[in-house]
Structures are given as structure tokens and as C-alpha cells.
Design a protein. Sequence first.
Length: 207
Amino acid sequence: MIICAGVLLLNFQFSISSPLRAQGFDWHRFTVSIDYSTQSPSLESLSLLQGGSGIFAGHPYRSIGLGVGYRLWGHLEAGLYANYMGASATSGTGSRDLGGRQSLQTLYREDSPAFGWGATVQLHLVPYKYLHEIGIDISARLGFEFSGIEADNFWFGMGFSYWISKHVSLVWGGDFGSFRYSRMENALNGSSIRLGARLTMGVQIGL
């Protein structure tokens, strides 16, 4: 559904924009990617959240994503993505004073899947026409979460890709945002910092 929606959206954009009509729809500009991400929890939070089995169960800081993108011009790319989380976790907003400078923070974990989806805009350093000649690329990206499973809707980051063939590349990235798990971890540690980091790695297929 996401891939079909992306194709329809891009075709609509081309139909209303004269520069894009002149360029025409080029399937070689279309990419599909799959990646694994982690929010690198602290040892304190990790010890509280262990449980279940597999790479996702009991680990709300881990997720797997599927994305589609299209190079609109030489440097600009627009796309859609979907995330799957095997577990979710939230933290209580209040704490109780236990005396002796100790406090109790509530914690809740559920080994149930969560799905999210959103849109991205990326600005690439290497122009599209030179991408396969150079073989590497760096991009700045901005994302918007439509599903609401994260604490805040917006996030931003950087990406790096290395093309091992004309159609396959390895991708890495680092993102910053007020992600749901990061806010929970900061609440447990008594920190007022809202932003957290997310690391991603995966494979991208160019058509």
C-alpha cells in the first residue's frame, strides 16, 4: 500500500509541475530500502527492559523499517517509510519520594507489535547523474511521523550510502528527535533532555 501510494503521489506531482513533466517519470530514480535501527539504550534502562525472545521482543528501542524514495531532481529526494517495533515501553510522568534522596519512577513494558509510518525529504550531496560514477553519497534528511507512535512527529538526521553495484547499496544513518523510547529513558534517568539518537543500517535497491 505504501509503495502504491508513493507512486500515485509522485505521478500527481509530475502532472502539476511543468519542470517535472519535462523530466518525465524515470523508474531508475525509484529506490526501495530496508533497514534496522536501534536507539542505543543506557545500561540502566536496558536491565529493566530485558525479556521475551528474538531481536525485537522486550526491546522497544529496536525496529525494522521499509522505505521508498524518488529523486525529484539532481539533489532532492522525497519518500515514504514504515516502521515495525516488536515491543513498546512507556514511563510514568510522576515519581514518588521514598526519602533519603531516593525516588520511584513507574515503568511499563508490553511485548506487542507497533507500526508507524511517515514521509521523508532528503538533500543529497552527489547529483543523481553522477551517483553511480562516484559510488558514495551523503544526505541530510528530515522526517515526519504520521502515525503518532513517536513522542514528537518531526525528526532529522544524516545518511550515508555506498553502492556495491548499479542497483544495490549499503546505507547507514544517524537521526535525532524526541523519540518515544528516548523520552522514556530520559524520564527514568531524571534528565530534562528531549532529544535522543537513533542509528540505522540497511540495504537499498535502485530500480
